[in-house]
Structure formats: C-alpha cells, structure tokens
Design a protein around this ligand. Sequence first.
Ligand code: KG4
Ligand code: ZN
Length: 334
Amino acid sequence: MAEPVVLGIETSCDETSAAVLRGRTILSNIVLSQDEIHAPYGGVVPELASRQHIRSIEPIVRESLDRAGIGLEEIDLFAVTRGPGLIGSLLVGLCFAKGLAYYFKKPLVGIDHLEAHCEAAFLENPDIPLPALALLVSGGHTSLYIIDAPLSFRILGRTRDDAAGEALDKVAKFLGLGYPGGPAIEKGARGGDNRVFAFALPRTKDRSLDFSFSGLKTAAIKHIREKSLSADSPALADFLACFEEAVARALIRNLTAAADTCEPRALILCGGVARNTRLRTRFHEYAGRAGLPAFVPSPRLCTDNAAMIAGLALKKFEAGADCGPALDLDAFAR
Ligand code: KG4
Ligand code: ZN
C-alpha cells in the first residue's frame, strides 16, 4: 500500500503551522510566526494570538498543500494539536481540522504537543535506540521523559515554576532585548566570557528530577539592577553568556541525574530552546562523557511546527490508535 499522506495542524501558542507528510517524508512544513504582533508586549497575548490564528489558518493550510503539490482530497489522515497550550489558539486549529476530517470523511488524530516535540527527533532518526531519555526545553515547558517503547512517553520531571525558555524570555524582556528572548540572548552572548557573573544553580531538596528556573531569573534581575546593565552596556555579552551558561548547566545537571537512575540507551534534546548552540554543545559534551548516542532535531523541527504533529499522528495511526469520531475531540490547556 502507498504511504499515507498526512496533513498536520499546530496552533497551540503563537505559531500557525501546517505540514504535509508522505509517510515520514516532509513534503512541506509552513510556520507563520506571530513574533511581530507580540513583540511590543514582550510575551504572547492570548487574545491577539487566537485572533491571528483565525486569520492565518486557511492561507497557511493552503500554502502547505500547494508547496507539497497535494490536494485536500488526497489527504489520508488529519492531525492536530489538542494541548497543552492557549485554549483559544488550540480551538482554532482543532475546529479547522475537525471540519476538514468531517467533510472528507477521513480519520483525525488529536496530538499532545509535548509528546510531538519529543517525536520530532524520531522523524529524522526513526531508529533511535530505546529506552531514550528526552530533555524537552521550550517556552512553556521544561520536562524529562523516558521513552521506553514507541509512543510511550513517561514523565520523570518537570519545572515547578518557570520553563527555561520563559526565564530567557523574561530576562530578555527586562533588558529590552526583544521577543522571543532566547534567540536575542544567544546573539547578545556571543563572544562573552561565561565566568564573570556568578549564578548558583537551583537545588531541589527532595532529590526529585524537577526543574526550577525562577531562582535563576531572579538572580539575573538582581545582577542587572546591581550592575545597572542595559541593552548597550559593555558588560552585556559577559552577563548573557553567564546566564545562558547557568540555564544550560541546570538543564544538563538534571539530565545527568535522570540518566544515572534510568540508564537510557540514547539521549534526545528537543523543544524551541534546543536551537541554542551553547545548550546543544553542553548536551553533546555530556553524551560524549556518558558514551550515549545523542539526537537533536534540526532547528526548524525544534521550535513549534506542524511536521512533528503529523509525524506523531502517523505513528499512532499505524499503531492502530482510536482515530474517531473526530467531532468528539476536545482541546486541553494543561
Ligand atoms: O517549542 P517552542 O517553539 O514553543 C513552545 O512550545 O513553548 O519554544 C519557544 C521557546 C521560546 O522561549 C524561545 O525564546 C526559545 O524557545 N528559543 C530559544 C532559541 N530559539 C528559540 N532559546 C534559546 N536559544 C535559541 N536560539
Ligand atoms: Zn512547543
């Protein structure tokens, strides 16, 4: 049988995305960012995000089909993010996907956004050895998952306060570096000395694998106030390099603790913050020390995109997941 053609839709936060896959081959993966809309506010404004998704969803789906050279009637399977995310944003994608699946009488698979971030690594490397330990670092979430078997995502730890990306975004906002803050911090940290400013890494007293980034964020803001740092201070690059380094080290410390207890056969780094070069470097350094194969999706598959949604849906569909009745699917915020 010919490989199924999947249309994926992702609208969980501030990216409107649609992708067409034939089997695991990505024919198109269109992402329309709303960065410019939210930049003046230094973060995503939920109401503005959902309104913009309403405007963008139809042209973005159309563009994904055009780029792939596929007609809607050729789609075998529809896939859409159900959550977690902003409920208004999620509902735009979900309703659009339901309408298409209902009209074309094709199955619809609802997808967990966080599992899809992990699955992005398998799109490019289907044979990652299992169990694999995945460190998911995004703007809304920071979590560790153990993937014991295909489609089995078991959470080992999550953030108790801010996500790592959120801490980067908030510190960037405080310095007036723009939104999203992660890429702005990465750019500003270039050439900086990562030993000038001291940051104590967060500690959880109960040996849990949970993360905490609000302490690092507060420490960063304290440094900024005490040294009167601003977007054009000469010491800015050193400061940003130290903060970025502290975030990366806090992430890798918990990854190390998790790997020591669950003895994975491979490591995965995923989510928007996985685009960060310093974090990728620290991740690969650790994997080298641990003697484990390490996988990071290519940058466009790290940040929010619909190809990862379609990829996970296909795997679920092929494993015989319940894909109907489509109209029953609901969105979930968390
Ligand atoms: O996965 P994602 O696109 O959306 C969520 O699911 O949250 O992640 C967005 C996050 C933002 O916090 C953004 O600042 C961060 O990823 N990010 C980066 C980089 N590119 C995006 N953080 C650090 N360095 C980057 N190059
Ligand atoms: Zn995401």
